[in-house]
Design a protein around this ligand. Structure first.
Ligand code: GN1
Ligand code: MG
Length: 374
């Protein structure tokens, strides 16, 4: 944890008008450290977001920042060229005295700062179907905005991030090593994964076969990565752009379904509370098609229901691997938190299996009709 003096020193490296007052921890991301910083400018309090990029997870943080800089500038350009009232604000990086959109602290850690967007917040659990629709539409619009991002290809900030079969291989390696003697506690979870191992490669294989296109995707479309306007309830912009890179659109939709249909917290311990909410699925599907419908191919549409289950399995596998390895990747605040997180994901995957036919029926009813559906 950094002291106020250290945080102030970091902030001073950026061009920020006024006097530093205080920095307070902000949000509940699993990877980076985030602060809200308050400045006094001529008697008025202004806020900024300050973030330390986790260099264990992002081993080439300058490449992350090059991507984020290009993507945020492109989003700004889209706002200028669009007249939609819901899209007046977006995240904007501050530039440092060096001219770069980041600074380094004395420990060699990379920090960035954003202008803070006021009267807006994020939600861990979707509160209404209207909220779900708007969140998914905002993610869909983001993908749509990225369709014409000028080249070159973005950096892969975490290679193979959504390569689900490789995530399975990593789990199997962790099971073999069993460094913390935890494998004996998780045999049920391992069986659950192995019973579904045959379908984990489905989207990656379709991509390799040239049937699913690579796009620029967000790759972390948890619903709390959408900023919602306090007054209108509209999605303002997407947050957490570290993993924006080449990827498959379906993993983005899947992660919305995984996080947005969940009736409980991601680390809920009482699994009876964890349910896949079908009404939220419907709203997410409608919202996503409203934002991204113009470019999705027929096969991408067809695989939308499967994508939610696939990424619930993938993330469950990642949480399980981290638990077996001794909780070294995802931040934890209590023991077994990663195991609880894994179990919620598998419960959701199971619910989605049970609802698969219904999801497809809904999809057909929405995409089967030629026009004015969304
Ligand atoms: C991490 O930082 P955060 O909480 O937005 C993770 C995602 C997971 C998510 C699960 C770079 O995202 O992949 O889906 O936790 N990000 C990275 O809550 O691994
Ligand atoms: Mg986040």
């Amino acid at each position: 944890m950094k002291s106020q003096q250290q945080l102030r020193d970091i902030c001073e490296k950026f061009f920020i008008y006024g006097d530093y007052l205080v920095a307070t921890p902000f949000g509940n991301g699993n990877i980076n450290d985030t602060y809200q910083v308050t400045y006094d400018q001529g008697g008025i309090r202004l806020h900024y977001t300050l973030q330390r990029v986790n260099k264990t997870v992002f081993t080439e943080p300058e490449k992350v920042m090059e991507n984020v800089d290009r993507v945020t500038r492109h989003m700004l350009h889209k706002i200028y060229s669009s007249n939609q009232a819901t899209r007046k604000r977006t995240i904007r990086l501050l530039y440092a005295r060096t001219g770069e959109p980041y600074v380094y602290d004395d420990d060699g850690e990379l920090w960035r700062a954003y202008i803070f967007i006021e009267h807006a917040r994020t939600y861990d659990i979707l509160e209404s179907t209207d909220h779900a629709f708007k969140a998914a539409r905002t993610f869909g619009e983001f993908q749509d905005d990225m369709v014409d991002l000028p080249g070159p290809r973005l950096h892969e900030t975490i290679p193979n991030f959504h390569n689900t079969p490789l995530r399975l291989t990593k789990l199997q390696e962790a099971i073999k090593l069993d460094p913390c003697d935890r494998v004996k506690e998780v045999s049920e979870e391992i069986d659950f994964v192995m019973a579904r191992s045959g379908e984990l490669g489905r989207l990656v294989e379709l991509n390799q076969a040239g049937l699913l296109p690579e796009r620029i995707t967000h790759n972390d479309t948890k619903v709390n990565n959408i900023l919602i306007d306090d007054v209108s309830g509209n999605g303002i912009c997407v947050l957490d752009l570290d993993t924006v890179m080449p990827g498959l659109a379906l993993y983005d939709f899947g992660d919305m379904v995984r996080s947005g249909t969940n009736s409980a917290e991601e680390d809920e311990q009482n699994l009876d509370r964890v349910q896949m909410r079908f009404d939220m699925f419907e709203a997410l599907l409608r919202g996503y098609l409203a934002g991204a419908g113009s470019f999705l191919t027929p096969l991408e549409r067809e695989e939308l229901p499967f994508s939610g289950k696939l990424i619930s399995m993938e993330l469950g596998i990642r949480f399980l691997t981290d638990y077996i390895q001794g909780d070294t990747y995802f931040k934890t605040t209590r023991t077994k938190q990663n195991l609880d997180r894994c179990r919620t994901q598998f419960k959701l995957a199971q619910d989605m299996e049970a609802n698969f036919g219904r999801m497809h029926k809904l999809l057909k009813s929405l995409t089967g009709r030629p026009r004015n559906v969304f």
